[in-house]
Design a protein around this ligand. Sequence first.
Ligand code: BGC
Length: 974
Amino acid sequence: MSGPPAADGASANGVSSNGVSADGASSNGTSAHGGSQGLRPYALRCDHRTTPLGIDESTPLLGWRLVSERRGDDPTAYRVRVAERPEDLDEGGRPLWDTGRVEDPGAIGVLYAGPALTARTRYHWRLSVWPAGPSAPAEETSWFETAFTGTPDWRASWIGHDPHPLAVMDAPTEGAHALDGHGLAPCPLLRRTFTASNVTRARLYVSARGLYEIRLGGVRVGDAELAPGWTDYTRRIQYQTYDVTALLREGENVLAATLADGWWSGFVGFEPRRAGAHYGAFPQLLAELHLTGADGRTTVIATDSAWRTGTGAVRHADLLMGECHDLRHAADGWELPGYDDSGWTPALVTDADHGLLVASVDEPVRAMAELPARSVTRTGEAVHVVDFGQNLAGRVRLRVAALPGGARVTVRHAEALDAAGRPYTANLRTAAATDVLIGDGREHTVFEPGFTYHGFRYAEISGVPGLRAADVVAVALHSDTPWAGAFDCSDPEINRLHTCVEWGQRSNFVSVPTDCPQRDERLGWLADAQVFLPTAALNADVAAFFTKWLRDVEDARTPEGGFTNVAPRLTGVADEGAPGWGDAGVIIPWHLYRTYGDPRFLSRALPGMRAWIDLIHRHNPDLVWRRKVGPHFADWLAPGTPTPRDVVATAYFAHSARLTARAAEVLGERDTAHTYHRLADDIRAVFTDRFVISDGETLSIEGDTQTGYLLALAFGLLPEDRAPAAARRLAELVESAGPALLTGFLGVALAAPVLDTYGRADLAHALLRRAEVPSWLFPLRHGATTIWERWDGWTPDAGFRAPSMNSFNHYALGSIGEWLHRGVAGLDQHPDSTGYRRLRVRPRPGALTHANSRYLSARGTAEVRWERRDDTFSLRVRVPPGADAEVYVPTDEPGSVRESGGDPADRDHLTLLRAAPGHTVYRVASGTYHFTATAPGPAAPATAFAPATALAPAPAEHAPAPLTRVGSPEESTP
Ligand code: BGC
């Protein structure tokens, strides 16, 4: 086992996908302290975040990355000290917690195990890392701060605006764009004045049932969008912490909050909006401002009946319907001292329930990129269609020079245009996705909604004559998951495909991983997230994001213990999870553990994993999973013959049972591991028995579909000697279809990796290059800038598919992104490794002439750059300190291999493992390497189907890993 977190570096500010920071840079909020020029730690993180403000975790994970310019410059030991006063971190100081020197060459993090942390306190921590030999340790310092911990002592009440009780409302029918007709109430404004003097430290803790934006002294606090984020508000409500010291002034100050319905009381998913149907009827605020003076005394300003409330320009705001600002209602200056709020009413205090409040564990949604208009086309009298050139989730910011009183500007959003060049909105279903500005005669207005978001590439703007491109910008919103991966290769279309995959991720990681950002759905579907996670985790550091969402998955579990289809749970889709959907509750924690090395992903998930397997087992004692599912989605949206449901379900049953066993093994729960390994073995046997017909040479799986073979091979369900026959049949089916995939959401993610595993990387490349339906390049050649929900969402012959389900921004089919990094570029983690302790570098060039993958792993930067020029193959590899790698140099002539121009046999830190047909394999220590060799001949389909790698988890006999430590030496360490 080894350890965690996360990308420092580049949050994706701007649209470049290459926002990966250079190694060795000091991360935000951390400071170097002595140390060598060789091995050094950087990117210190607490619970996968940089200097988080306001955590409530009692055993936070303190993690780091490593960098060195030297080969084999690996850590041997570390020491972590934690103290309230920075000077207590120095020699002779009295830290609160000191690990002492821990000999642990694999460590990249440690779970805090000192005295209980005090609420609302900043802790400084210093990491020392020793290289081999007598050198002094390299050191780096960072901090984290607690919010409400232990027994939380909140004083604030939930307050709101007098709710005219909302009438029972149904969602408007398709196509309805009634601007104020959604039954939505104006957004409440809440203000409180107070005086402050000699404040040295001020912290604001805020949450809402609904959405909030809060200002102090007229200045917006923080940059979180759609805060406090979506959870099942009947189970858990997040709050955020802000350092507002710099916003306070001596004397009178004003705290001013705007609330909106958001997920709490607005339209959510495809369910009709009935007052209180989801969570609540009207939005409410909860906030505490803690002001600490030089004398150390703290005063608290909390939400209570002393707050005043009114309404202003925002007449309604809804995630699906859009937002309306009527400037005639603006309450100018309401957020500043001196405003006369005597006409306002005292805030309504609803309750003082603090039981569900938790500190947020992920970074919020933020405005992550701005895209200028690519073109502006006049389509009518004061009507223009703006093309931003990119499908995205977010909103439009519009500058209007002058708007007469009562004049109306309307912004409608669409992913596509119809044949007449008008916004195509039928596929939004009931989501009106329309923002409105009503003027009051003032000049120079900037209109940007704050409490909604839309999925769009085009905006139709009515009411602004002579609209100029310079007056509009698209603002992309998504959860701030620091970008960690970059890929490119010699084929521009594959690079564009990768960009589409990235934008699918940006558009759909909005507080929860959603299926799509545009129609009246936007739900956290579990299978979509499961199939896309391996890709997502190569594009960005998603550790904190999924830490949060796994809590949603846990909160959504049914009374019988089952995982659901969507999380957060919705009343209308609260059934037990379908095969492949519910299983995400097992698969996702396992993948996160392997990627980031944080054992809490497993320790927190294991009870749920077990309950899920037990539930399926209880209802299906003969081990063929037929009963106890809600809806069965099978291999969702597969274009070909459907894969039999029992085959899909039983394959997932076996896979989840195996992963549950492996999770128990990692956690040292040997009996549990044994139980679930045995169950997985039994289901595997039943699978073969019931669904597989084989006569030695040939093999067929019931249904004879691509997905049937993919599941069986990926999940290791066939006897080892039978797998090659299954792989042959799979290849035949793929070839005879085009070559093409006839898989849906579940099968598609497995296709390239499985074909590759069984020696058919050539077929995986052929699928990548295919440009007819079904394929990835077909949408691209027809203007796609994101991944479509359906392979044929639009075709020249049939036009748009039925609008009832036709999203142009669904990431599920984008799961091919994983193979671009792991396969095409060849940057992979060894199957036995955790936290990138061992890499496997194995390019699959196909007909390409170069490919690069750079990935900011939990341990540090890993990188592969290969190039084929004339008859020479050049392969550059970077392995972070503390890791090693197996490097497959593609060549048929082992004797031609050179490393940095010399004979590899003369090099330290490099061992020849084997020379096999097609590649020569080395084990290399950490560091950078440059191999060259005579390039192999053009890729030919393999004749033998011997698996090149084992995808299926082998029944493991690994030693259990200690729970309190992340980063102890791993089983696979030589
Ligand atoms: C969603 C999918 C989801 C599916 C369940 C659809 O409406 O958009 O992405 O997984 O339902 O089958």
